[in-house]
Design a protein around this ligand. Structure first.
Ligand SMILES: C[S@@+](CC[C@H](N)C(=O)[O-])C[C@H]1O[C@@H](n2cnc3c(N)ncnc32)[C@H](O)[C@@H]1O
Length: 182
């Protein structure tokens, strides 16, 4: 829930007519549908390896396949990703960064895991409330693949001349980056 509120707050900083959103790894469409219930959006297009969820609005867009192979990914003012980019290795992030640089994206809104050992300890405590070994394993892998400091912007290859970005590490294990093209 905290992440959805944060995405909404970021989008509210952007003029409504610019809120044409492309989402990397839109999955079951939850972020798009909850956001659309709260604020006005121009259009939302999901990019995912899987087909769109059954309730995806017909007036919105969806591209099934590897988002990095789609010529359209970076052709919207706003690019968002929720818990996806930590699945990409550095060379995929570099490729994404080049697409962003050469595209028309003006805002990046990314929520990923923070790479912080304290959250691995917290996760282990989850055993006490019944977390399964699979959940513990997946959580540990995700934290290890997460981000710290400026490294997401740096791996994407964003330059300080072209982009202004901030990141946050809120309590709970998230890494959140908001970037604006200058
Ligand atoms: C952990 S899920 C997150 C889904 C959703 N963003 C959410 O927060 O519930 C990662 C999603 O990214 C998608 N994905 C992974 N690699 C992708 C790629 N190269 N292109 C498009 N989608 C990708 C997966 O299919 C999956 O739906």
């Amino acid at each position: 829930m905290g992440a959805q509120r944060w995405f909404r707050r970021c989008l509210q900083r952007i003029a409504p007519e610019e809120r044409t959103v492309h989402e990397i790894g839109a999955g079951d469409g939850h972020l798009a549908s909850t956001t659309a219930q709260q604020i006005s959006l121009a259009r939302w297009t999901g990019f995912d390896l899987v087909s769109p969820p059954g309730d995806w609005p017909a007036s919105w867009g969806w591209h099934t396949g590897d988002c990095l192979q789609s010529g359209h990914l970076c052709e919207a003012p706003v690019l968002v990703a929720n818990l996806v980019l930590h699945h990409f290795n550095d060379s995929l992030l570099e490729a994404l960064g080049k697409r962003i640089e050469n595209g028309s994206v003006r805002y990046l809104i990314f929520n990923e895991p923070a790479r912080d050992r304290r959250y691995v300890q917290t996760l282990r405590l989850g055993r006490l409330i019944g977390f399964s070994p699979v959940t513990l394993h997946d959580g540990t892998v995700s934290i290890a693949a997460g981000f710290q400091g400026d490294e997401l912007a740096q791996t994407l290859g964003l330059s300080k001349q072209a982009w202004d970005w901030t990141y946050q590490l809120p309590f709970g294990g998230a890494y959140r980056m908001f970037a604006r093209r200058l």
